[in-house]
Design a protein around this ligand. Sequence first.
Ligand code: NAP
Length: 472
Amino acid sequence: MSKAHFGLIGLGVMGENLVLNAERNGFSSVVYNRTYAKTEEFLKGLGSDKAIQGAKDLQDFVDKLERPRRILMMIKAGSAIDAVIEQISPYLQEGDLLIDGGNSEFRDTERRVAELESKSFGYIGMGVSGGAKGALEGPSMMPGGTKTSYEAIESLVCKMAAQVEDGPCVTYIGPGGSGHFVKTVHNGIEYGIEQILAEAYDLMKRVGGMTGTQMADVLAQWNATEELSSYLVEITEVCLRTKDPDDGSDLVEKIMDQAGQKGTGLWTVVSALELGASVPTIYASLNGRVMSSMKPQRITAEQILHGSAIKPFDLGSSADGMAPLMDAVVLSCMASYAQGMELLRIASAEYNYNLHLPSIAQIWKGGCIIRSRLLKRIQDAFNADPQLSNLLIDPWFAEQVNRRLPGLAKVVAGAAEAGIPVPCFSSTLDYINSYRTARLPQNLVQAMRDCFGSHTYQRVDKEGTFHTEWLD
Ligand code: NAP
């Protein structure tokens, strides 16, 4: 039998769909899974009658691949990746290439790239987004490592990726762990948008008294606009419209209000804190999930802490797409993207990743979970000014901010009066108000720090470093 073009380790939901994608695009494949029963099951089921063969062990797997070998690991991130690298390394030869397509921590990838490249193997850390359907039909892929290693997989990933009007949703991201860093930030933005839509739902339900179908109709209107047309708005409409087959009521109301968080959302926020990047909307979404997980405590506290009773306020009418609420959603989504891009810009300088922000916006336009029409505007903004310090000051985005800020403020004020938490909306309002304020009150913070700790301060009216004996 002739040697296969491509090898896949890990037949989880992503792995099996990615290998079907590769095979459909003309890359004969060999698959290996730690638990062989899964390989057998796959070859009898989805993988049957295809140019896909199975391997019982890693020696057999490697022997069945043409050289240089291109091997995608689609397994649990963390120690499993190190374990598989250790197990497979004795069978690899110079020039063979391992790709980690899971959600690995970018510093782990930095280390693995350095280790594997020093042994003359190639190593690519590649973020993959799109879920099971994206993996099968065309995901967005974010590969990082050496340029030479990328070139060895370019023909494969360009065919497998989602295609948009200006090319495949994959590009060489940069060296080391940059691919996984960009995927991490992608997921941080995703956390933000999901929480933003959840806040809009909460207000429509609790203030507007709307049913799932009525809310879904609003989402459908939003999805028809340039500002909000996106995969996440589209699936939110579906979630709100879906009925429980048991009794025909809105299924979403039967779902436990606890959202998990791990890995990428947390890493986005930790990286931002380390790098001095401001990501309050994204942080608010992470904290929203943390608060949601405290279900027993919230049940107790609800009996003890009495906020104001829910007061109705004007969210707009469904005839005008709930205009103020839409303002809040649009600006908060824009803030999530702006904060994510800002984090990428700062990380790129700090880690010498040399990230090309327009290309990153381009590969997020299709296949991935945060795909949206807005990404074309983001791509254009960074193409027009590669040094753009913040997306929100690009002329098109600035006009949106200036027009929609009163609506966002109205929604945040109304939610505060009604005692309904809107962490992403309120963080976005503070973010924009802080960013557009030339003089903030941190002069007083500096005075206090100098007063208690002689930390010194700079003055606005003369050069130099100053200290005052405040307490004398
Ligand atoms: P998963 O449930 O994260 O992982 C399952 C696979 O990992 C199985 O093939 C399992 O083998 C293998 N595995 C676990 N520990 C192993 C070890 N120590 N040695 C060898 N193999 C091991 O599967 P997934 O959802 O397809 O995700 C794969 C990766 O893609 C993860 O990093 C995930 O975070 C990332 N990702 C997932 C999605 C998604 O929508 N699911 C989207 C993007 C990225 P056994 O069958 O033997 O247990």
